[in-house]
Every structure is written in structure tokens, then in C-alpha cells.
Design a protein around this ligand. Sequence first.
Ligand code: BT5
Length: 210
Amino acid sequence: MINVIDNINSTNTWLTQFNLELYDSIISLKQSEGRGRQGRLWESYEGGFYYSVVLPNKKLLPIIVGISVAEILYENRIIAKVKWPNDILVEGKKLGGVLCQLQGEKVIAGLGINMTNSPSLAKSICLSDLGFSIDKLDFINKFNEKIRNAMEHSDEYIIKQFLIYDCLIGEHVSWKDGNGQVVKIAEDGRLVVRDSFDELIFLTEEVHLQ
Ligand code: BT5
């Protein structure tokens, strides 16, 4: 069931408060306390897309979500890239982001996309800046269909699909206490980076393009 609401603190928080069925979801016109990862804020003014859905817990789920969003954008002629694990970038700026939270045996996946809202942040972009618009309910239907299909695919296939949209491989990146060059996405979904000592490092945390 899709729950539609005009205002809420956070669509992810709302779903965590109920023991909902797989693929139950909520969309809100705005959020008063939209959340990013690690306690960061997600600017959520009216005009944006704020959606959360209950999904099965699968190993590469954050990557599957990123691919699904990028595919829908491509089908709407928007050339989007995914910055591992699942920032959605267009023209090097952040169009959207995904927040996956483990909830018992399920995952709550929250998706924010800037549509007609113009975020105040410097490195952000919205669909109307690009001259595009997407129908929100159409987006939800396509998104859920893509997620269901992706559940049937092998990990190897999912990683291969991710590489179509990836913007990090071969790039120099930095993280909290180091820097290096991105080598690949490992089969378990972690980022493999080579640092200046030629060691391979597997990252499960945030990296920044240099
Ligand atoms: C994310 O976090 O990118 C995940 C965002 C998920 C938001 C959705 S909306 C529906 C659902 N309900 C929620 O409460 N959350 C989810 P992270 O990678 O931590 O990025 C957060 C950073 O992105 C912030 O620190 C800002 O720098 C930047 N940011 C915040 N709002 C933005 C926006 N509207 N557009 C672009 N960048 C933004």
C-alpha cells in the first residue's frame, strides 16, 4: 500500500514506527526532519520527492536502489551517475540520495530527489534546473518494479549494472584518514581502493572525489 501525506517529520521514521508488510510505502510532499546518513539532514522543501518503502534485506540492496533510480532517470533522458554507494549525481551535483536502514529482517529504503524544489546547497541540482519533470506516482511504480526484478539477479549481474552508472572507478578519492584510487566494486558491494603504499583497502564508509 502507498500512503500519501502532505507533511511528515521523515518518511523513513514513519515506516520504522509500524511493522509494515514488504513493499508498503509512504510519500510525503515535504518533510520537517528529513534525514541523510550518519545523522545528517536532508533538505526537504515542497516540490521534492520524499519516498520510503519496506524492502527485503538483500546484500547489495543499497546498490540495487541506486541502479534502479539511475535507470528510471535514464529512461526519462536524464544522464545520471551513481556515486557509490548511492548518491545520485547529475552534472557532478547531487540530485538525490538514498538512506537504507535495517529494521529487523527488512530494510527501509528512503529516497529523496530534488524535483521543483531548489535546494540551498552549493553542490546540488533539481530536475527543473535541468528542464525535466517526472510524475511521482509513475516513478514509484517503476521503482518498485525494478527493485522486484533486481531481487532475482545474481550479485555479479548487479555489480555489472552498477558499473554503467558508476562515477568513481579510476578516480582519486579521500576519506576520513586516507586517500587513494578506486579500483573496483567488490562482489560484496564494498569499494576497493589502492592507496599510495599499493595496499588494497575495502571501504564501507564515505569517500569524497578529489
Ligand atoms: C543521503 O544522505 O543522501 C540520503 C538522503 C535520503 C533522503 C530521503 S528523503 C525520504 C527519506 N526520508 C528521510 O528522512 N530520508 C530519506 P547523505 O549521503 O548523508 O547526504 C546528506 C548530505 O547531502 C547533507 O549533509 C547535505 O550536504 C546534502 N543535502 C541535504 N539535502 C540535500 C538536497 N535536498 N539535495 C542535495 N543535497 C542535499
